[in-house]
Design a protein around this ligand. Sequence first.
Ligand SMILES: O=C(O)CCC(=O)C(=O)O
Length: 248
Amino acid sequence: MFDSLDDMSTAFATPSPAPDPERSSEAAHPGRQPTSRRVRVRPGDVAARQSSLFDQGEQVAFDRSLSTRRRHELADGAWVDVVPGLVQGSLDLFDRVVAAAEWRAEEMVLFDEVVACPRLSVRWTVGELPDELVVLRSLGAVLSQCYRTALTRVSANLYRDGRDSVAWHGDRGARDRDRATIAVLTLGSPRPFRLRRRRGPGGLALEPASGDLLVMGGTCQRTWQHAVPKVADAGPRIAVMFRTSLDG
Ligand SMILES: O=C(O)CCC(=O)C(=O)O
């Protein structure tokens, strides 16, 4: 067992850059390569405040015992844990992540075309997290202990409104391994989070609210796919993902 997440970070670190899970055909693409450019987001540009009047001004803290955790056992050895209300002060944390992150607008290759990813994103190792986001380092350490896997890569997606989304996919890297654990913390407005079985019938529809955590595990990346579909109307949402160094 590791004493701290930094120990785990050293033990599991790899020098490779974190890949975007949707960029499956990037290496094979013969034409223009996808780009990634810095986008400045001011806190007033994306405000999650109106989504909860009760959450305002709270200290950012989380339940280290994950006491509300419930498991959905899925087919083919996949599972999803849902931890409702894990983080208190989640809208304050939303604001902190918006302000501290160096957001990037990335492109990906889709059906041989270079297209814009419909969201902004940022990636860190736990050691690179800015001081304002130290709570995410603590959360990563607790999740790593709980799931017995070193979740040393932290990334975030910013869905500015209902047009931003993530298409059906299993995370690159993780979908090629037998089993993988990926945790996703929602901050801001709720959005549908869908899972479907790759082969055969089966699906799960979730709608994590601000402060809720989902953990996908077992064969979930290999035998199931997940998506955050576009919706007609939605406030801004941040998904903070914790992955191992193998998964970026
Ligand atoms: O936004 C989410 O909840 C999930 C994001 C995701 O699946 C991804 O970035 O690969």
